[in-house]
Design a protein around this ligand. Structure first.
Ligand code: FAD
Length: 466
């Protein structure tokens, strides 16, 4: 019969949740098998965070060339070789995924390429290319991630109507691009292609872009989208798409009025759904919520004692760093040690122009939770470094508890907001006060001075603001 391998810990899925869990498990002395049906690195490294940021980086550099003139630099005409750009992006991805493969190997994790399904609470079946294997395990971590949601009215054909994965691997820059969905994935991809020369229309069914974000952060991004010439159609529904040769006709409905757009490509980015079906979890009695996410406790244990779940498949914020953090918790608990998933806050970044970055409570969330909260704001326009790099749009907002002056949340929109969020996350996680930040010497001239300045506004002693 079938070959059966034995292990302490089986990890299903090699994304930022699963591969981190596998490494941590091995570090803690567990015998670990990781099953991945594709390439290790998951969505994030292969078709998500990393390739999208490679594309966005190049698009930003191209865009910034246009601003060099006001700084006294003329460049000749720009020429984007898109296939070279795609090769660059692919090199970035393969460098990182092969790094992950090496880390797994170096830590003694046995990586099996195949599709895993559960037979019982201690046995899984792995479909390999030409055979089937069984794995008997003490504990398993399900880290199977998520996939794009589909809209029945806009069926994806992966040719002209595509998902985010396809949009990161076009063979040429589409002349006319319609993005369905004004969430972060749609806006990031739409902005990047606009900067590379596409005519871009973003169609959003609700009345706002980035519905999940604090809308006060949106103004600089909306302004920039307008300046870039990205058309955004809010409160607009897609009725259907029809293919006409190599182009697509997109039928829209806005306030009861029908409209048609012509496009070369349509990207559907309307959300994601968990990969929790066809894993055999139903035989085990693993509880799912109404959207199909695996229900877990604060140790990331499912309703079945030997089965943990982490990352996108376990719901919450569908973000890579949240998946990795949960992976460490679940692997630690599975190794018999005490741990829990209890972050004060999960940071979130949107790589639009400018970037939006947020950690902790917004003012209204703090109010709802019963805090007597206040917010202070400081603009990048008053930060010397922002002026010198010619990127002065945006601000930092610090939400704090009025009595204790403890920082509850920090929200940024502006230059390098993504990297600035590192300091902000530490401040929120450590429960810093306004005084802690105001009295921390921040190097000059740097963008991070904005935290100190915003804190001093809250303390009533702003030096750089009247
Ligand atoms: P995944 O990364 O989805 O990995 C799951 C893995 O499991 C996959 O490799 C899959 O092949 C494998 N698998 C599934 N079922 C089985 C099975 N039965 N047997 C074997 N293997 C299986 N997040 C951020 O934090 N920052 C960003 O900037 C960001 N940008 C993004 C951009 C895009 C375009 C997209 C689509 C996503 C982005 N994300 C970003 C989200 C991020 O990619 C996910 O949150 C993250 O990948 C989730 O990690 P995971 O480990 O839970 O699952």
């Amino acid at each position: 019969g079938e070959l059966t391998i034995e292990c302490d810990l089986l990890v299903v899925g090699g994304g930022p949740g699963g591969y981190v869990a596998a490494i941590r498990g091995a570090q803690l002395g567990q015998d670990v098998v990781l099953v991945e049906e594709n390439v290790v690195g998951g969505v994030c490294l292969n078709v998500g965070c990393i390739p999208s940021k490679a594309l966005i980086t190049v698009a930003n550099k191209v865009d910034q060339m246009g601003h060099l003139k006001e700084m006294g630099v003329s460049v000749g005409s720009l020429d984007v070789d898109f296939s070279q750009l795609m090769r660059y992006k692919d090199q970035v991805v393969s460098r990182l995924t092969s790094g992950v493969a090496q880390l797994l190997k170096g830590n003694g994790v046995e990586v099996v390429q195949g599709n895993a399904t559960f037979v019982s609470a201690n046995l899984a079946r792995i479909q390999l290319a030409h055979e089937v294997q069984q794995v008997r395990f003490k504990n398993a971590i399900v880290a199977t991630g998520s996939r794009p949601l589909e809209l029945p009215s806009v069926p994806v054909d992966h040719e002209v109507v595509v998902d985010s994965t396809d949009a990161l691997s076009f063979s040429e820059i589409p002349k006319r691009l319609v993005v369905v969905g004004g969430g972060y994935i749609g806006l990031e991809i739409g902005t990047a292609y606009r900067k590379l020369g596409s005519e871009v229309t973003v169609v959003e069914a609700t009345s706002q872009l980035l519905g999940a974000m604090d809308q006060t952060l949106l103004a600089p991004v909306a302004k920039r989208l307008k300046a870039l010439g990205v058309t955004t159609l809010l409160s607009t529904k897609i009725v259907g798409v029809s293919r006409k040769g190599n182009e697509v006709l997109v039928s829209l409905e806005r306030d009861g009025v029908a409209e048609t757009l012509q496009a070369d490509k349509v990207v559907v980015a309307v959300g994601r759904t968990p990969n929790s079906q066809s894993l055999g979890l139903e035989h085990l009695g693993v509880a799912l919520d109404e959207k199909g996410f695996i229900v877990v406790d604060d140790q990331r244990r499912s309703s079945v004692k030997s089965i943990f779940a982490i990352g996108d498949v376990a719901g919450g914020a569908l973000l890579a760093h949240k998946a990795s953090f949960e992976g460490k918790v679940a692997a630690t608990v599975a190794a018999g040690k005490k741990d829990a998933y209890d972050p004060v806050a999960v940071p979130a970044v949107v790589f639009t122009d400018p970037e939006i970055a947020s950690v902790g409570l917004t003012l209204s969330e703090a109010g709802r939770l019963g805090y007597k909260a206040k917010a202070t704001r400081f603009p990048f326009a008053a930060i010397g470094r922002a002026v010198s790099i010619n990127e002065t749009e945006g601000f930092c907002q610090v939400v704090y508890d009025e009595a204790a002056e403890t920082i509850l949340g920090i929200h940024l929109v502006g230059p390098e907001a993504s990297d600035l969020l590192g300091e902000a996350s530490v401040l929120v996680e450590f429960g810093a006060t306004l005084e802690d930040v105001g009295r921390t010497i921040h190097a000059h001239p740097t963008l991070a001075e904005i935290f100190m300045e915003a804190a001093e506004v809250g303390l009533g002693l702003p030096v750089h603001q009247l």
